[in-house]
Design a binder for this molecule. Structure first.
Ligand code: FES
Length: 319
């Protein structure tokens, strides 16, 4: 996947809440950036070989600037720490054009947005878009505490401020998120969207299922997953390269392929972005990503080689 990158500059940078850096990126040449839809993300090229995806959290009607919020995660493998330490005001960098794996459904009758912590970022862009459409929606922002949360001023002053509800763990019970009440019964036409830490998302998604939401009305975007590389050894045949490699216990297919000189383009290395997608010609993948839909996983004709493994002894890939 060779795409043209955009040259941008960090025009403004601000630390908000507890370790969230909010960046405004503009094109170096002063031109407009490509338009984006709510829910889109960009690949940020932080340093050589270090590329991470972050949601755009500005108003999609304004493509003079891309706004991002990045939580510093000391346990990260360099991405968020790299953003915090190196993307200072005036720094030029390259980014991809926006891509959207988390789009708003067309013609929803009602929309419930549920953001946990830094997972609020795509929800802000969605709220702007829904407000402009005159849509019926609510945005719920959950966090550990008000003082640690970013974007509160922005949300309080947004054109959709009356539709924003905050819920903090360390404040009184009356403001806690009553998930069942907020979701209501999954009436036809109501769509819910969630992004945040995995535990928060599991709770919200479980609640939506309990309320009878159809699976295609539950929209989710994971930004952080633990990659489980455990499992038995298996063989991978790279059909077009005419090479065979044994993937050891605990090793990724990606690493095994690299050992025989087959380089696959990657980005997140967490089964989130889809960059490393390969076609499967033979064998049964053991899917461990959150990128493919359940239907795509069941088809067993594609695999994300940064994280998934094999249930069969052999996989033949079209690479
Ligand atoms: S590199 Fe992102 S899914 Fe594999």
């Amino acid at each position: 996947m060779n795409e043209e990158l955009l040259n941008v500059v960090v025009r403004k940078r601000e630390i908000q809440g507890d370790d969230v850096v909010v960046l405004d990126l503009e094109r170096v040449d002063g031109e407009w950036l490509p338009a984006f839809d709510a829910g889109a993300h960009v690949d940020i090229h932080i340093a050589d070989g270090l590329v991470r995806q972050y949601s755009l959290c500005g108003d999609p009607a304004d493509s003079s600037v891309y706004r991002l919020g990045v939580l510093k995660d000391p346990a990260s493998r360099g991405g968020s720490v790299g953003v915090h330490e190196t993307l200072l005001e005036g720094r030029e960098l390259q980014i991809s054009a926006p891509r959207n794996l988390f789009p708003l459904a067309a013609q929803a009758q009602r929309t419930i947005l549920l953001g946990g912590g830094i997972g609020i970022t795509p929800m802000i862009a969605m709220a702007h878009a829904l407000k402009q459409q005159g849509a019926d929606f609510e945005l719920h922002y959950c966090g550990r505490s008000r003082s640690r949360s970013a974007f509160l001023d922005e949300l309080a002053n947004a054109p959709f401020a009356a539709q924003v509800f905050t819920h903090f763990d360390d404040e009184g019970p009356q403001q806690r998120l009553d998930l069942a009440a907020v979701l209501g019964h999954g009436k036809t036409g109501t769509h819910m969207y969630t992004c945040g830490p995995a535990g928060f998302m599991d709770w919200v998604i479980g609640g939506a299922r309990q309320q009878g939401y159809a699976e295609d009305h539950i929209h989710k975007e994971y930004f952080q997953v633990e990659v489980d590389a455990s499992g038995d050894s298996f063989e991978v045949v790279a059909a077009r390269s005419n090479k065979t490699v044994q993937v050891a216990e605990g090793q990724t297919i990606l690493d095994a392929l690299a050992q025989v000189g087959i380089k696959i383009e990657i980005s997140c290395e967490q089964g989130v972005c889809g960059t490393c997608l390969c076609d499967v010609l033979e064998g049964e993948p053991d899917h461990r990503d959150v990128y493919l839909t359940d239907e795509e996983k069941a088809a067993n004709d594609q695999i994300l080689v940064c994280c998934s493994r094999a249930k069969s002894n052999k996989l033949v890939l079209d690479i």
